[in-house]
Design a protein. Structure first.
Length: 245
């Protein structure tokens, strides 16, 4: 009886390994493309599949490589993982409220525009947690425009409506700008013009941070050589923005 139970346990682990190998190899190949929630759901499905396959009867008999005491907890664990992964995925991807950024004070524009400039907010303005930064650019300008925030931690935070560059049209640009500091904290709003490589880097960085739900900021030496600063102003937070986003 002891030998039979041992064989059944070993057989269960062998079946588990055989069925899981393909799944885990697929996860390994696509790990960077998957969120942790999706991986948890897949693992849960695999656990349930192992329990089901071992119980399927073919010609009146099943593989029965695992004891029922092992199959039931395995299936229950799989179900729990699927429910948890689905819940976590839903929370992470639940559409948030429609953003309604505040529009700060604008300064007058001197025409013709000779360079990329910030026109809103204005220098030393007091701003809310979410604003619409706006500016102008000359007709001949063809590069992408990126706004980066530099708070008192001296790190740089690319700003974007999603992962795209600032919106440009008819000589004007704009982008939603999100602050996350303390009331009265000083922020530099820095405008960069970027080549395609730098734009791709900023977009990929924002996407990675969003997936991690962590925003560690960029060191100055991490900013691509293809991004050049063209304008900068300082503003101050008129309210506490910690934990807002």
């Amino acid at each position: 009886m002891v030998i039979s139970e041992s064989r059944r346990l070993i057989g269960g682990f062998l079946l588990f390994f055989a069925l899981d190998y393909t799944f885990f190899y697929y996860i390994y190949l696509n790990f960077k493309k998957m969120s942790s929630e999706i991986i948890i759901i897949i693992i849960g499905a695999v656990l349930i599949l192992v329990a089901i396959v071992d119980s399927i009867k073919i010609r009146g008999t099943s593989l029965d490589l695992m004891d029922m005491k092992l199959k039931i907890p395995l299936a229950l664990l799989g179900i729990l993982l699927i429910f948890y992964g689905a819940y976590a995925y839903g929370v992470a991807n639940y559409p948030g409220q429609i953003e309604r950024p505040a529009v700060a004070e604008k300064r007058q524009v001197e025409y013709p525009v000779q360079s990329v400039q910030i026109i809103s907010p204005i220098k030393n303005d007091s701003v809310k947690c979410r604003i619409l930064s706006m500016g102008v650019y000359p007709d001949s300008h063809e590069k992408d425009i990126w706004v980066l925030l530099k708070p008192t931690d001296n790190l740089y935070y690319p700003q974007s409506d999603h992962t795209n560059t600032s919106h440009k049209r008819n000589g004007e640009w704009q982008v939603i700008t999100r602050f996350g500091g303390d009331k009265g904290e000083k922020y530099d709003i820095i405008v960069f013009e970027a080549d395609s490589y730098a734009s791709e880097f900023f977009s990929a960085t924002i996407q990675k941070w969003n997936e991690m739900r962590s925003f560690p900021g960029l060191e100055s030496d991490e900013i691509p050589a293809g991004a050049h600063e063209v304008d900068r102003i300082s503003v101050y937070l008129q309210e506490n923005c910690r934990g807002v986003y």
